[in-house]
Design a protein around this ligand. Structure first.
Ligand SMILES: Cc1ncc(C[n+]2csc(CCOP(=O)(O)OP(=O)(O)O)c2C)c(N)n1
Length: 571
């Protein structure tokens, strides 16, 4: 950075140098100098002014997950910065590359409990990959450059940068552009001996199964995963974070596993004698009871983060490395060892997979069931179209029934399960992919948590297709109360007095209410084809449950509900 330039300008210039041309933020006293510079650099960088800082973080997540680039969000000190916290935590749980800037009181006042001072370094320590406080304007370029490297390389994750106000207005005197990060060199290249062992284990197995997680998407390894699956004929299941990394219309795709996963995916997990897990962390929502998970199967666990291997499920073979490189090395090793397809297993699984699809067949009726919305949208999806979701039953219906064809198209809050994620994440995804349709599947509860972002959508002319699964309940909690708490409904009824169409119109957007199944396809099409965002408020069957469901902590074979009558039967 040139001498005499002030800190705020150095920040903007560094962001631009790193390829960022859009940020998501909300101003306040401690970041006035920074936002001031946007006026001078408007041809290079633009800020999307959100209506709540939490949404700046979720929008940056949506942007990062749709584009593969780092998402950047900005808030002022104190409450502005603490409002970012949920989003930072969400990004941490889902390994999303994010840089969050929070304003801070001037360096001379730190520790004085000055107006809007808060210890964001302490607060963000356990929910970031790393955090920095810039105390010298000369370090701006080097710290921000490091932040990009840290956010993206190895296992991605969020970085928090504390920006005292005086740093933004002080002049740069000498540029320290040191970007080496001591002790940070993730292992990307897998060990060849481990790859050879993995290939041997796969050759010996009779019923191998690939479990692909979010790491496959993060490392852009979809092509390599497809190569491995097609070369070996091994069926693929995914976690929710891995959804879309493998074309779900491919005959080898068995869909998502876990608590609300497809029966065939969980069944394959029970049957397999060798699981090859790539870029997943075996959350409890995937495994159920850890004691009985993969009881009789061996596990090859591939991950770039060695801390994940053996954390929840013991691995028989750990492989540390980037998913993309590891998968392509595996294909080479198996080819050299003269791989032979496990025909019977493959055929068995693909046939059962097709049978499992029968669950989707819909019965005509007046009341609208959530899976009907999902299947309707599924029919209308074009390549590259993106779905974001809130959290709850609608999210699980989407995960279960959607068939996503290409990576980075299913964006949902996995590890944190943050209600309110859907709408701001859709904003970020639309900014990243302006030419693709972006649908936001939301519950009436989740939608109300970040509803003010309709104004962000309007003011930036973003065209999104929000579809509210309106059941007048906090549905997922209601389902748990029904199934596990003797139907003692406490604090879950939302009522149906809200007119979401009027709310949309108050934001100068459009809206449409759907009460009958027959109206659904047209309403969704209208919203897709509308010039501006049209909220589709679908009144659904109030007390429908998302099934199958594995009771929390249960054995995979205990999953009950639709299609789960007996373990070997699929219709
Ligand atoms: C911020 C936040 N608060 C509370 C919860 C707990 N929770 C999980 S699902 C859910 C209900 C969601 O209701 P809604 O958005 O209407 O979706 P539905 O389940 O009805 O599809 C609640 C309260 C959460 N995940 N996130």
């Amino acid at each position: 950075m040139e001498a005499k330039m002030k800190g705020a300008e150095a920040i903007i210039k560094t962001l631009c140098k790193q390829g960022t041309n859009v940020t998501f933020g909300f101003p306040g006293g401690a970041v006035i100098p920074l936002f001031d510079k946007y006026l001078d650099y408007s041809d290079k960088i633009n800020n999307i002014l959100v209506r709540h800082e939490q949404c700046a973080a979720h929008a940056a997540e949506g942007y990062a997950r749709a584009s593969g680039k780092v998402g950047v969000c900005i808030a002022t000190s104190g409450p502005g910065a603490t409002n970012l916290v949920t989003g930072i935590m969400d990004a941490y749980m889902d390994s999303v590359p994010l840089i969050a800037f929070g304003g801070q009181v001037p360096t001379g006042l730190i520790g004085n409990d000055a107006f809007q001072e808060t210890d964001m370094m302490g607060i963000t320590l356990p929910i970031t990959k790393h955090n920095f406080q810039i105390r010298d304007p000369n370090e701006i370029e080097s710290i921000i450059t490091k932040a990009y490297k840290l956010a993206l390389e190895g296992r991605p994750g969020p970085i928090y940068i504390d920006l005292p106000k005086d740093i933004q207005v002080k002049e740069i005197t000498k540029n320290k552009n040191e970007v080496k990060i001591r002790g940070f060199s993730p292992t990307v290249e897998p060990n060849t001996a481990q790859i050879s062992r993995a290939a041997d284990m796969m050759m010996k197995a009779e019923m191998p199964l690939i479990l692909a997680g979010g790491g496959v998407i993060a490392s852009n390894a979809s092509k390599e995963l497809k190569q491995l699956a097609e070369f070996t004929g091994i069926p693929v299941v995914t976690t929710m974070m891995g959804k879309s990394c493998f074309d779900e219309n491919h005959p080898l795709s068995l869909g998502t596993v876990g608590m609300h996963g497809r029966k065939i995916a969980n069944y394959a997990t029970l049957q397999t004698d060798l699981m090859i897990a790539i870029g997943c962390r075996f959350s409890d929502r995937i495994t159920g009871n850890l004691e009985s998970y993969l009881e009789f199967a061996k596990l090859i666990h591939i991950d770039i983060d060695p801390a994940e291997i053996g954390k929840n499920v013991k691995a028989d073979l750990p492989v540390v490395g980037d998913a993309r490189r590891t998968l392509s090395s595996l294909v080479v090793a198996l080819r050299n060892k003269k791989w032979k397809e496990k025909k019977e297993w493959k055929e068995n699984m693909t046939v059962l997979g097709k049978k499992c699809d029968k669950c989707i067949e819909l019965k005509a009726g007046k009341k609208i069931f959530p899976k009907e919305i999902v299947t309707e949208v599924n029919k209308l999806l074009k390549k590259g179209d993106i779905i974001t979701t809130g959290v709850g039953q609608h999210q699980m219906f989407a995960m279960h029934y959607l068939r996503m064809g290409s990576p980075r198209t299913f964006i949902s809050s996995g590890g944190a399960g943050t209600m309110g994620f859907g709408l701001p994440a859709a904003i970020g995804a639309k900014v990243a992919k302006p030419n693709n349709n972006v649908f936001c599947f939301d519950g009436d509860g989740s939608f109300q948590m970040t509803i003010q972002e309709l104004e962000t959508i309007r003011s930036h002319n973003l065209k999104i297709v929000p579809i509210i699964f309106n059941n007048s309940f906090l549905g997922m909690v209601r389902q748990w109360l029904e199934l596990f708490h003797d139907k003692r409904y406490s604090q879950v009824h939302l009522g149906n007095e809200i007119d979401f169409v009027k709310i949309a119109k108050a934001y100068h957007l459009d809206g449409i209410t759907v009460e009958r199944q027959s109206e659904l396809p047209d309403a969704v099409k209208q919203s897709i084809n509308a010039d501006k965002t049209m909220v589709v408020d679908v009144k659904i069957e109030e007390e429908s449950n998302v099934l199958p469901m594995l009771p929390p902590g249960g054995h995979l074979k205990e999953a009950f509900g639709v299609c789960m009558k007996s373990p070997g039967k699929f219709v």
